[in-house]
Design a protein around this ligand. Structure first.
Ligand code: PSV
Ligand code: MN
Length: 424
């Protein structure tokens, strides 16, 4: 299904006056409004191919209706999201869940919807049908060289798929780890991982990057071989300049200061990008901004400050991607909410009075520093975000438009009620 632009325009007309008043009210107080608007309009967040279907837990999965049953339909869903928010112009594929059998036609379909391909993701955390050797005890860290070789070859194959689609990065997440003390020699596991990653690194095309994702636990519950940002950073440093650390917000133990991690990775030129989601207890994969929007703002505050300090382009210097699982929501609605939440946090961070904050820090004026941050955080920037989408040709309120245009009902008519998207 494709969204017709005139229908979005018609809906916008209905709330345009109200919106304009709200926008002007907020905008009056924004220093460098043009710059803020330009940055908001340029900002895009990639949609993962595996997030377009309903997620689940190990206890069950309650399928939604009208789910995309093929890669083509997933791309069409991202097209719907992008037509409404004008901020989701790329898709990230997970191989082998989404193998582009005919790359040329997949690319053409994406281009027709204004989309391109973000990082490609390898999968050595599940065994596939007809796979020779099992990943039960890990992949790139495995004690058996033959298993490591198989996993390396898979990653190289994923790069090849990505090349056909003009992707520019390979994202690697390993579930490798151990369930019990004594199961693994940590040093050997790390060295094996490094050696395997070096082989993958050697196969990277010149203009490609490899992003190394970390996670403290799950599916292994005693140790994970790339368990935290330090371990990822160590690997990325040893690998070379094309390797960096990918931060998935849900992959931290409770209370971790993610904004500080982000700040230091940026400082070292080793921040690959993000997998956005939110969590209350662990890797909950909840909608980003739904549990702790203040943390999201603090992360963006570090990003904006750190990127400006290094002269980086906010929109294109690092990878922005969602990685969430929608167990009880319509996936498209959840993704629309996610992108809005990210843009809200970004807009708030753009409003921070950096010179004043720096002066407050210099004078150890703790109270003023907090006032400055919270002044930005407590500004209702939603009209700025709506205006950015509107100026790009999107909907003033993407979720509202999605509902009013009855997109899911149309998708159910097209696809039926029994389709199940590939993914976890
Ligand atoms: C693992 O929890 C992870 O965050 C990795 O990014 C995977 O690629 C993705 O989720 C799989 O759902
Ligand atoms: Mn992730």
């Amino acid at each position: 299904m494709q969204i017709e632009k005139y229908k979005v325009d018609e809906l916008n007309q209905q709330s345009l006056n109200k919106h304009k008043n709200q926008f002007e009210f907020v905008a009056a107080d924004v220093a460098q409004l043009d710059d803020v608007m330009k940055k908001l309009m340029a900002f895009n967040v990639a949609i993962p191919s595996w997030a377009l279907g309903t997620g689940g837990t190990r206890f069950g999965r309650f399928s939604g209706a009208g789910e995309p049953g093929s890669l083509e339909e997933k791309i069409e869903d991202v097209g719907v999201i992008h037509a409404l928010n004008k901020s989701s112009n790329s898709i990230s594929l997970h191989i082998p869940w989404d193998i582009p059998e005919n790359a040329a036609s997949i690319k053409a379909l994406a281009a027709q919807l204004g989309l391109h391909f973000d990082a490609v993701n390898s999968n050595t955390f599940q065994d596939q049908k007809d796979q020779k050797l099992s990943y039960k005890f890990g992949s790139l860290h495995h004690v058996d060289k033959a298993v490591r070789k198989q996993a390396v070859e898979h990653n190289i194959e994923v790069i090849k798929y990505g090349q056909q689609l003009d992707s520019k990065a390979l994202s690697v997440w390993l579930s490798d780890g151990s369930n019990f003390p004594g199961q693994l020699n940590f040093r050997t596991a790390f060295q094996n991982t490094l050696e395997s990653l070096q082989e993958i690194y050697a196969a990277l095309p010149d203009d490609w990057k490899v992003w190394v994702e970390y996670k403290p636990y799950e599916p292994n519950f005693y140790s994970t071989t790339i368990g935290d940002w330090g371990q990822s950073y160590l690997l990325a440093s040893k690998l070379g300049s094309k390797a960096s650390t990918l931060v998935d917000l849900g992959h931290h133990l409770q209370g971790a200061n993610i904004e500080q991690i982000v700040s230091l990775l940026l400082m070292e030129g080793k921040l690959a990008g993000f997998h956005f989601n939110d969590s209350k207890y662990g890797d909950d994969d909840l909608t980003v901004g739904s549990i702790n929007p203040y943390q999201l703002f603090l992360i963006f505050n570090e990003l904006v400050e750190g990127m400006d300090a290094r002269g980086m382009n906010h929109a294109t210097s690092i990878g922005w991607m969602i990685d969430a699982s929608h167990n009880v929501k319509d996936p498209i609605e959840d993704l629309l909410q996610s992108v809005q939440a990210i843009k809200i946090a970004y807009a708030q961070a753009l409003l921070v009075d950096k010179a004043a904050l720096q002066a407050a820090q210099q004078h150890n004026d703790v109270v003023l520093a907090q006032e400055i941050l919270q002044q930005a955080y407590r500004t209702d920037v939603r009209p700025l975000v709506a205006e950015a989408g509107f100026r790009n040709g999107g909907a003033l309120s993407p979720v509202d438009a999605y509902r009013k245009l009855q997109v899911r009902d149309n998708l159910i008519k097209e696809r039926g009620t029994n389709t199940v998207a590939t993914g976890l």
